[in-house]
Design a binder for this molecule. Structure first.
Ligand SMILES: O=c1[nH]c(=O)c2[nH]c(=O)[nH]c2[nH]1
Length: 296
């Protein structure tokens, strides 16, 4: 008779939406979150025999998110995810592993006549902040932070030349092209002694500064690959608590519309009217980690 083994399992609630309001007198601060909890239990009898007696219902996990937000507030999403992870492991002896993933909605305090508003906010989706905390019984929380949907474009200081020339190549060398991408990144900390909000802003600012360069002259990019690598290097240089960073940069192509047939109206040369291509896009990904110190 064949025997089988469950090799991977987790269950929980996804999409637990929550707005937390911190009320400091007239000054209010908000965090709107979408939380995803996942528990792995020590026994598999729920799956194998239909015995539910160990199941912490996903509905109870949802209630836990609301109750702990009420009890502890929501400072950074990372800290809230750590609170939730510790709670599930401390409360239920038969929980082996917890994973909490949080997405933070990009609300920013409104500014009226140059003054920060006490209680009004504007949805400012420059990028979506995310984090995932993984924790095992008797382990320490492993905190991963990230961002997604950071869409950028520059109109010059990007080139792509000298790539493989063979029977399959049709793309000419481009010494000056549009560079646009929608950035996803995630990074892992080696400690929990971190100012997560400050670190997140430093990573976002590093991404923007390596992509853009100085305001007047910009910075030259020979390829998406090189820009990605220089960004990851700057992040590891700037934030010692991060030991791993991955970035995914789709290359969102914009091509000059061919107006050469319209020479008689003087449009032979065209680098001002471009067609954004929805699909396909390039897709460039790499992760950078600190090399282990040499044993020599
Ligand atoms: O920066 C780029 N990297 C590539 O790998 C690539 N491939 C491509 O067609 N265009 C580009 N641009």
């Amino acid at each position: 008779m064949s025997t089988y083994k469950i090799v991977d399992d987790a269950y929980g609630k996804s999409g637990v939406k929550l707005l937390h309001i911190k009320r400091d007198g007239p000054v209010h601060s908000i965090r709107e979150l979408e939380v995803n909890t996942q528990l792995t239990l020590s026994s598999k009898k729920d799956y194998t025999t239909g015995d539910n007696s160990d199941i912490v219902a996903t509905d109870s996990q949802k209630n836990t998110v609301y109750l702990l937000a009420k009890k502890y507030g929501v400072n950074s999403p990372e800290e809230f995810a750590i609170i939730l992870s510790r709670h599930f492991l401390n409360t239920y002896n038969h929980v082996l592993k917890v994973q909490v993933h949080i997405e933070l909605y990009p609300w920013q305090r409104a500014e009226i006549d140059g003054k920060k508003h006490n209680h009004a906010f504007v949805f400012t989706p420059v990028a979506v902040r995310v984090c995932t905390v993984r924790m095992e019984r008797n382990g320490v929380p492993v905190v991963e932070s990230g961002l997604k949907d950071l869409r950028v474009l520059k109109t010059t200081q990007s080139a792509f030349v000298n790539f493989v020339a063979d029977d399959y190549r049709s793309l000419p060398d481009a010494s000056d092209r549009v560079f646009s991408t929608v950035i996803t990144s995630r990074w892992v900390y080696s400690t929990t002694n971190v100012d997560y909000c400050r670190a997140w802003n430093t990573v976002k600012d590093s991404i923007l500064s390596v992509f853009s360069g100085p305001a007047d002259k910009g910075i030259f990019s020979p390829s998406v690959q090189n820009t990605l690598h220089l960004t990851e290097k700057l992040v590891l240089d700037s934030i010692p608590e991060i030991n791993y960073i991955e970035m995914i940069l789709p290359n969102k192509h914009y091509v000059n519309v061919d107006l050469s047939k319209f020479k008689n109206v003087g449009f032979a040369h065209n680098d001002t009217v471009l067609q954004p291509l929805d699909k396909p896009s390039g897709n460039i990904r790499a992760a950078l980690t600190r090399s282990l110190p040499s044993k020599l």
